[in-house]
Design a protein around this ligand. Structure first.
Ligand SMILES: *Cc1c(COP(=O)(O)O)cnc(C)c1O
Length: 237
């Protein structure tokens, strides 16, 4: 299916304006624009809109639900897409999901980490994984509690079939940028602490933080990946 040309043009414009804002935010904190990867979250859109993003030059796409990721990955199978999963992954969906994925942002428990590790061994893969941290402590959110991750750190590092690349987190309160900054700073400091404790065993280079409403603050606090959904689809009917 194809979008009307006007909708595809609007998506391309939205993408360009988000890319501009990322470049400005990166420059403001003295970082090269290449230090920040834009991952487009397509959960609000159909495969046709996802395809328009790819045509406009965005090759990192994310879904929050595994089934929707399977569906869009099949629809865009002939496109150069790196798929990211940013939502909760049920263990019974691992076998089908792992082969499709470039980066899992949402490894949110030791149980899931162990299951990914076991499935990866079976499949002969070594998937790249971020550990999702519930940085604000909101009980409605998924993720490791910071103290849980610190306490279990040696157990986490014992999983040989996953490539741990960093942490993912969300600001607790939408719309309050100062609180968001506090949460993003806390995630960065936790990463630094875990990296120090890990020594050379892993490189936690990636900090996936920042969404449409707060990605500029996240970049100022060290985000290497921003996950942008709604800002890319503004102005579409
Ligand atoms: C939906 C979603 C996003 C994108 O949110 P927007 O505010 O629409 O940019 C980012 N991360 C996760 C985990 C999401 O579920």
């Amino acid at each position: 299916m194809e979008l009307p040309p006007s909708a595809a043009a609007r998506i391309a414009e939205n993408l360009a304006s988000v890319q501009d804002c990322i470049a400005v935010a990166a420059a403001r904190s003295g970082r090269p624009v290449s230090a920040v990867t834009l991952v487009a979250v397509t959960k609000y859109a159909g495969s046709d809109a996802a395809q328009a993003l790819v045509r406009a030059g965005c090759h990192d796409l994310a879904e929050s639900r595994p089934q929707e990721l399977w569906h869009k990955a099949a629809a865009l199978a002939d496109q150069p897409v790196r798929w990211h999963l940013v939502g909760h992954l049920q263990r019974n969906k691992l076998k089908r999901t792992l082969p499709l994925i470039w980066l899992i942002h949402s490894c949110d428990s030791l149980r899931l980490l162990a299951a990914i590790d076991a499935e990866a061994q079976q499949l002969g893969r070594r998937p790249a994984v971020l550990l999702e941290v519930n940085i604000s402590g909101d009980p409605a959110k998924h993720g490791f509690a910071p103290h849980e991750l610190t306490a279990a750190w040696d157990v986490v590092l014992g999983h040989q079939h996953v490539e741990l690349r960093g942490l993912m987190g969300m600001a607790g309160v939408e719309g309050d940028l100062e609180l968001a900054r506090r949460d993003f700073t806390a995630l960065r400091l936790l990463r630094d602490k875990l990296q120090t404790a890990a020594g050379h065993r892993v490189r936690l280079d990636e900090l996936s933080m920042g969404m449409s409403g707060d990605y500029e603050v996240a970049i100022a606090e060290g985000a290497t990946i921003v996950r942008i959904g709604s800002a890319l689809f503004e102005g579409l009917a």
